[in-house]
Design a protein around this ligand. Structure first.
Ligand SMILES: [Zn+2]
Length: 165
């Protein structure tokens, strides 16, 4: 993930988020801040991208006590269907239900299997597994072979796939 160029974050909020008509998580593609999307300049103010998504597609903040909640429990998600305004108290209750600790550190529940590790190594589709709730560390470790060492590596799989054609 890289840092968004000037205006790129807002363009993503306006152009990509608006077209994402799916219940799958849309993971912020640029630099994350402690697991959350980074800042965009929205209506002249620097705000976090998921907050901009909520303002743009859900509506204005109902009260100063409201904050953006993720129904999916995936803090890096900017799917407009997954964000809503909740009071701090409601949001904390949701986080507990999602298994996300009060400190805001995400607790990832996704577990790789032999099949999904092979799929990841074949496709390199990190975003899909982020969307399923895997941590970036778990994905990298599985992809680069720090975990699941007994399974064929990315290079071995690509050779096998070429050989079978
Ligand atoms: Zn989501």
């Amino acid at each position: 993930m890289r840092r968004a160029a000037k205006g790129e974050g807002l363009a993503f909020v306006k152009n990509v988020v608006s077209k994402h008509e799916s219940d799958e998580c849309l993971i912020w593609p640029f630099t994350l801040r402690e697991g959350y999307p980074g800042f965009v300049i929205y209506e002249g103010r620097q705000i976090l991208a998921h907050v901009a998504v909520c303002l743009e597609y859900v509506g204005s903040k109902p009260s100063p006590d409201h904050e953006v909640a993720h129904s999916c429990g995936q803090s890096a998600c900017v799917n407009k269907r997954h964000v809503s305004w909740k009071t701090h108290k409601e949001n904390m209750q949701d986080k507990q239900a999602h298994g996300t600790s009060l400190a805001g550190k995400p607790h990832y529940k996704y577990e790789f299997t032999r099949e999904t590790v092979i799929e990841l190594r074949r496709t390199g589709d990190f975003k899909k597994f982020l969307g399923l709730g895997a941590s970036i560390r778990a994905i990298r470790n599985a992809y680069y072979g720090k975990t699941w060492k007994a399974l064929p590596s990315v290079q071995e799989l690509s050779k096998m796939d070429q050989g079978s054609k």
